[in-house]
Design a protein around this ligand. Structure first.
Ligand code: NAD
Ligand code: MG
Length: 385
């Protein structure tokens, strides 16, 4: 009998994490869930632990440690707390792949720990590649580990490349839904509320990525993510708005041939493919029906109204710590928008100013990224006052 694939899910209580558990539950003979972690949702983490009986759980917010520990007292499950524990559990010998489904810069340290321990990554946490893509991909290469993309656009490109990894790409097109405010004017965007921005037309996701989708920051982060995952130059990455979210992205080869990956929007598919590659496992997910979508449409992104996309291109072209500063600013600004301290249009404005004001390091070390992230957070926070 083959050895089961040992999986650690960082962020098991989130949108990606809970869908990953559905995938794992469907294939108990193939997967062996070793580790699950959460920031502060102790109740759901406990419920998941009781159902899946992992080897270990981590609650990152230490205030909930007693609750989790007491609830799992009679189970054969190790309970840890604190951010540092995330870096330790990914090293367990029975973990073969680490699904990074936590949100934001917090993913960087455990991702580097997983790479150092020689574990493959199923990467959902795009912010890690935005912040430190050069360092992460360099260390992954040195260790010979694989990074399987979970983000639907990057999974689409990865799926188009299967059997073609040796063939040079001319360019890629990342598709974007355009979010809930596609076609809106600056005037209309002035009064947008968090509740409006949290209503995505095609996907149900965590709050941070949903706001990023509405402000086009998500597509900007994905452009940078694609650069590092597929080793592309900025001019090889294009964005096209496709409101139906059926074509998940496209590649164009040097002979002009284009391939697209299609399907109904459902993150379980890219999550599953990242965990079962190179194999495809049968699913009962709803199938795409052409007649439900008689027309698939494409249009340019409105980069003038939604400034974040251009900021991401600028950061990518600049290199060094520019994208790290942009990401830190955006995390602070999104939080401020969600708590109604700033308006929707302030997001891109604050990001532009923070990027400009934060110190720049062309060849950063890990410590440099940590310092730039902290500096950009301070600047962005002062701009949110
Ligand atoms: P979410 O907010 O629903 O879940 C985040 C998870 O991470 C939760 O389990 C939470 O407890 C944990 N977490 C949050 N902050 C943490 C911290 N500081 N330390 C440790 N754990 C922490 O987010 P999500 O929508 O599932 O997104 C997760 C990642 O996947 C993001 O980087 C996002 O951009 C990416 N992604 C998500 C989707 C999607 O459909 N949701 C699609 C593509 C990519
Ligand atoms: Mg995406």
């Amino acid at each position: 009998m083959h050895q089961k694939k040992g999986v650690a899910i960082l962020g098991s209580t989130g949108s990606i994490g809970t869908q990953a558990l559905e995938v794992i539950a469907a294939y108990p003979d193939y997967f062996d869930l070793q580790v699950i972690t959460a920031q502060s949702n102790a109740e759901l983490l406990i419920q998941q632990a009781l159902q899946f009986q992992p080897n270990a759980v981590v609650i990152a917010d230490e205030r909930h440690y007693e609750t989790v520990k007491n609830a799992l007292f009679s189970e054969d499950i190790h309970v840890y707390a604190g951010a540092d524990a995330l870096c330790q559990v990914v090293e367990f010998s029975d973990v073969h792949v680490v699904l990074t489904a936590l949100v934001g810069y917090a993913g960087l340290k455990p991702t580097l720990a997983a790479i150092a321990a020689g574990k493959d990554l199923a990467l959902a946490n795009k912010e890690t590649l935005v912040v430190a893509g050069e360092l992460v991909t360099q260390r992954a290469k040195e260790k010979g580990i694989n990074i399987y993309p979970v983000d639907s656009e990057h999974s689409a490109i990865f799926q188009c490349l299967v059997g073609e990894f040796h063939n040079p790409l001319e360019k890629i097109y990342l598709t974007a839904s355009g979010g809930p405010f596609r076609g809106w004017t600056t005037e209309q965007l002035k009064t947008v509320t968090p509740a409006q921005a949290l209503k995505h037309p095609n996907w149900t996701m965590g709050a941070k990525i949903t706001i990023d989708s509405a402000s086009l920051m998500n597509k900007g982060l994905e452009v940078i993510e694609a650069k590092w995952l597929f080793n592309l130059k900025p001019e090889q990455i294009d964005v096209i708005v496709h409101p139906q979210s059926i074509v998940h992205s496209l590649v164009q080869f040097v002979d002009g041939s284009m391939k697209a990956q299609m399907g109904l929007p459902d993150m379980k598919l890219p999550i599953q493919f990242a965990l079962t590659y190179p194999d495809r496992f049968p699913t009962t997910f709803p199938r795409f029906n052409f007649l439900d979508y008689p027309s698939l449409t494409f249009e340019p992104a409105d980069r003038k109204t939604f400034g974040n996309l251009d900021l991401a291109y600028q950061a990518m072209e600049f290199g060094g710590t520019k994208a790290c500063a942009l990401n830190a600013s955006n995390e602070v600004a999104v939080e401020a928008f969600l708590t109604e301290k700033i308006g929707f249009l302030d997001l891109a404005r604050i990001n532009a100013t923070t990027m400009e004001k934060t110190g720049f390091i062309a060849k950063p070390s890990y410590e440099d990224y940590v310092a730039v992230d902290a500096e950009a957070r301070r600047i962005a926070a002062s701009l949110c006052q």
